[in-house]
Design a protein around this ligand. Structure first.
Ligand code: IPD
Ligand code: CA
Ligand code: CA
Length: 256
């Protein structure tokens, strides 16, 4: 099987941006990082901003007519049908606490379809990437979702900071554990990685409740290109950027 393909310029540039931002994250990881509270009470550090700055610079230098939406700087240019959706550190709380579960998440969206995705965790030297219709890869090797059923599975949950989303996620996780006895529930605190792990076959499913499109844009393409399934929570069709969904290996998706 083909282990690699001819990458588009967009993917090459996204990988380059992720690697450069990754160097910044590596430099600061496990150092004393000053944490600040954003308006929504989530944590941000200087590293989030530095990471977004370098990603934005690399992407907009290569594609000056594209739009760029980053978590920390919002929208730059809004005329283009090509929009980059970027989370410069997904899992900032983990990152700032020296827990190596965090990632840079970069997606290119065209007419509400994710066409290029990169999720990079410099702490584990993992670069996940995908292009629409071309498969999903980890460090240049093709990846696929697992074939495990509920009896041996891990499911994770990601939710926004809103009370109703936290409650919904907690209730769903509780109920699923009651129904599927073999199911292990995890909260990794970095939803781009949850989705990348489903794509790589490390997790069987993840439930995402009320997050922002830059959190999950790249991860959803990884799951789909690795052979996984994504639907709305009630099983109806999902489309980007709907932000309540179940992503899984497909094996027991309907039962979930
Ligand atoms: C957070 C992570 C986490 C989720 C939070 C997000 P951030 O992103 O994805 O898994 O539970 O709601 O805000 O703030 O570290 O980019
Ligand atoms: Ca995030
Ligand atoms: Ca972030």
């Amino acid at each position: 099987m083909q282990d690699n393909f001819r990458k588009s310029k967009e993917l090459e540039v996204a990988i380059k941006a992720a690697l450069e931002a990754g160097k910044i994250l590596e430099k600061y990881f496990e150092t004393d990082i000053l944490k600040e509270l954003k308006e929504d009470k989530s944590i941000v550090t200087l590293v989030d901003n530095e990471s977004e700055e370098i990603i934005k610079k690399i992407i907009l230098e290569a594609f000056p007519v594209h739009s760029f939406f980053g978590e920390e700087t919002g929208m730059t240019g809004n005329e283009s049908e090509y929009i980059w959706r970027v989370d410069p550190i997904d899992g900032t709380k983990n990152f700032a606490n020296g827990v190596p579960l965090f990632a840079i998440s970069i997606a290119l969206v065209y007419q509400n379809k994710v066409i290029v995705a990169v999720v990079h965790n410099p702490a584990t030297r993992s670069i996940f990437y995908a292009e629409l219709g071309k498969g999903a890869y980890l460090n240049d090797k093709r990846i696929f979702v697992s074939k495990d059923d509920a009896a041996h599975s891990i499911i994770s949950g990601g939710k926004s900071r809103r009370d109703e989303d936290r409650k919904l996620c907690r209730d769903l996780m509780h109920d699923l554990q009651e129904i599927f006895k073999g199911l292990t529930v995890r909260d990794f605190g970095a939803i781009a990685l949850d989705l990348a792990y489903v794509a790589r076959g490390g997790l069987e499913a993840t439930v995402q409740v009320g997050l922002n499109s830059y959190d999950f844009a790249a991860g959803t393409l990884l799951v789909e290109e690795a052979g996984g399934k994504i639907t709305a929570l009630d099983g109806s069709p999902w489309k980007f950027p709907d932000n309540y969904f179940l992503a899984s290996n497909g094996v027991f998706h309907d039962a979930l």
